[in-house]
Design a protein around this ligand. Sequence first.
Ligand code: PHE
Length: 347
Amino acid sequence: MNDLDTLLAQARDEFSAARQPAELENAKARYLGKAGRVTDLLKALSTLSLEEKKTRGAAINALKGAIEEALQARRSELAEVELQAQLQAEALDVTLPGRHRPVGGLHPVSRAMERIEAIFASMGFDVADGPEIETDWMSFTALNNPENHPARSMQDTFYVDMQDAGGRWLNLRPHTSPMQVRYARAHAERHAGADPMPEIRVIAPGRTYRVDSDATHSPMFHQCEGLWIGENISFKDLKVVFTDFLRRFFEDDGIQTRFRPSYFPFTEPSAEVDMMFSSGPSKGKWLEVAGSGQVHPNVVRNFGLDPERHIGFAFGMGPDRLAMLRYGVNDLRLFFEGDLRFLGQFR
Ligand code: PHE
């Protein structure tokens, strides 16, 4: 082995010993750099004769080519190692299940509310919202509830230990009926002097509260009030409107309704509304779904209107109960426990 072969072997060894690109470039400089060993060999050529220069020069150039080749090969090896390391560090396990945010959905009671609102809106009803903490006057007095009516007792109604600016006791509204009064009074004021006055047609859905708790009663529940006041709005209109509503809500044109005489202080005559499905598990059974009646003259007076001219009906229904019937839920409390295993079924 001549000196050039030895040098090539050494260069190859050093290149393969290099673990990093920077180390490799240092090794390269030791052979091919300005003060490198191949460069030294080329410099030494000047001392040789012309004939010797030719053969020795060609041999050194061949050596230089071989060293460059070895260098290039090691460079690609190191680049490959680096690439593999990077790929490994950034490895993705494409077989893992994806991470996703669970998609929420509307609460079943909200869905029922939206259906109710859409159906009544299509019949020209406004949708009104109002306070859940009410005065005694709005919850009871304006609605013709006598002073000693049991609904006013602490056993039935949650009171707030507070009075409003006018010294009136506050309660968590036990029904949405105070919204009849608020809406009708605002309407009467807005249209004072208008003859004829535009009709009042409104529903008021929202939360209501009573001292009550079992499978079909929750201390917080929902009601949706309805009110239609005009110059000639009768019990017949109530029957048509409410029956049509139920048929559309449950998508069952065969639903029958029954208006069973009842008593509410704020309506006269008053009726409980029962309905019967034409098919399904509760076919043939009367189900109570609402209270209703012609608004009592005293209440119309409290609206700020003349009961001789302005008449009409009101109803109050339980959207929770309608949601239970529509979705086949048998325990009202499930709606309000926030259990996602239950709620997740309504997406
Ligand atoms: N407010 C009554 C209740 O809570 C329901 C109702 C509303 C009845 C309107 C008649 C008219 O039971």
